[in-house]
Ligand binder design. Structure first.
Ligand code: SAM
Length: 343
């Protein structure tokens, strides 16, 4: 029997938003690393020693950053996420948020943070135009937390989470990287947070970024394993339809207020629906998180490139975005760590 092939749906030029790569994927989501520095040293993100941070004059200035985001908005990017390193330690963060939110075309501005400093600035961030936050923590046990972050304080992060809720930086999503022998026994307690709270608990598979290869080799827990652990405790989870472009596959505990997302870059890559590129703190445009293929926007800008030339650079880069990562083939030349690229 001949199976009908679904015709390719071409998007009319008038409805096209964002730039397209050679595979027809539409890019409209920019993740920006505001700094490569961080006030934690999470075991899956940075090596214990040997991190070298970039000199400040190599990082984009605030004006350069806002100019570049304006170019992306011009190209058709609609969603921006601020990340790092730790974005809350970037000087002038509130002003940066305000300026980005003013740019024509930007529809959603969010931030991924470890939450440590959030209780001080959540309301100012909201007033400046930040829509919502993802907060990262991997355990509810303060001792374990200190160990996994190499020195962090869970009580302050929890205060940051409450401040974000109070300020309306919602819906709140919580990111947890599940590591065998570290926090895999805690996924049930983390998921239980969603029973009474309208949060999305997101369980991530560890990726083999630069500097954390041995942790990846020893500790990867697949989403399937995590989900089985949750179903042992809560019974079958109920599927929820996720937003298009969201890498999470979303479920919920029956009757709960919140949701549970699984992000599975290793066991179930979502490269075919990728809609994002990353701008590192030093102005390199990173086309794929797990491929060491970058364009230097900072040097071109500092050499006097016009907006039109920068726009062409963005469109050209996106056109040659790699199809996907090669982890399954042992191709893990990421070149930089997650904190340097912007997770
Ligand atoms: N400092 C902020 C934070 O902690 O959320 C933002 C930067 S951090 C690099 C962004 C996200 O990347 C966090 O949710 C973290 O859990 C995740 N991450 C870091 N290293 C990772 C790795 N090797 N594999 C998977 N996720 C990772």
């Amino acid at each position: 029997m001949v199976t009908a092939v679904e015709p390719i749906k071409l998007i009319p030029a008038s409805q096209r938003r964002g730039a397209f790569d050679a595979y027809g994927r539409q890019m409209n989501y920019l993740r920006i690393s505001l700094t490569d520095r961080c006030n934690f040293r999470c075991v899956y993100c940075m090596p214990a020693t040997g991190m070298i941070f970039q000199p400040r004059d190599e990082l984009l200035t605030d004006d350069e950053l806002i100019r570049l985001v304006g170019i992306f908005a011009q190209v058709g990017f609609r969603k921006i996420r601020l990340t790092g390193g730790e974005p809350t330690i970037r000087p002038h963060l509130i002003d940066i948020v305000r300026e980005i939110k003013k740019l024509p075309g930007i529809e959603e501005l969010s931030m991924t943070t470890n939450g440590l400093l959030l209780s001080r600035i959540a309301h100012d961030l909201k007033a400046a135009g930040l829509d919502r936050v993802n907060i990262s923590f991997d355990t509810l046990d303060p001792v374990k937390f200190k160990f996994m972050t190499r020195g962090g304080r869970f009580d302050l992060v929890w205060q940051g989470l409450e401040a974000a809720q109070d300020a309306g930086l919602t819906p709140i999503k919580i990111n947890s990287v599940v590591l065998r022998g570290h926090n895999d026994h805690e996924v049930g307690d983390l998921a239980a947070l969603t029973i009474d709270r309208p949060w999305q608990m997101r369980f991530l598979e560890i990726m083999p970024m630069e500097g954390v290869g041995p942790v990846y080799d020893e500790s990867l827990v697949t989403s399937e394993e995590t989900k089985a652990l949750l179903e042992d405790r809560f019974g079958p989870l109920v599927p929820i339809s996720a937003n298009p472009g969201d890498p999470a596959v979303v479920w919920k505990i029956p009757g709960s207020a919140g949701e549970i997302g699984f992000i599975s870059p290793i066991s179930a890559p979502f490269c075919s629906t990728c809609n994002r590129v990353r701008l590192a703190a030093d102005g390199k445009l990173r086309l794929c998180l797990l491929r060491n293929d970058e364009l230097d926007m900072r040097d071109m800008m500092r050499a006097g490139a016009s907006d039109a030339e920068l726009e062409r650079l963005v469109r050209g880069g996106i056109w040659r975005k790699p199809w996907g990562h090669g982890v399954a083939d042992g191709d893990v030349d990421t070149g930089r760590g997650m904190s340097q690229i912007g997770g």
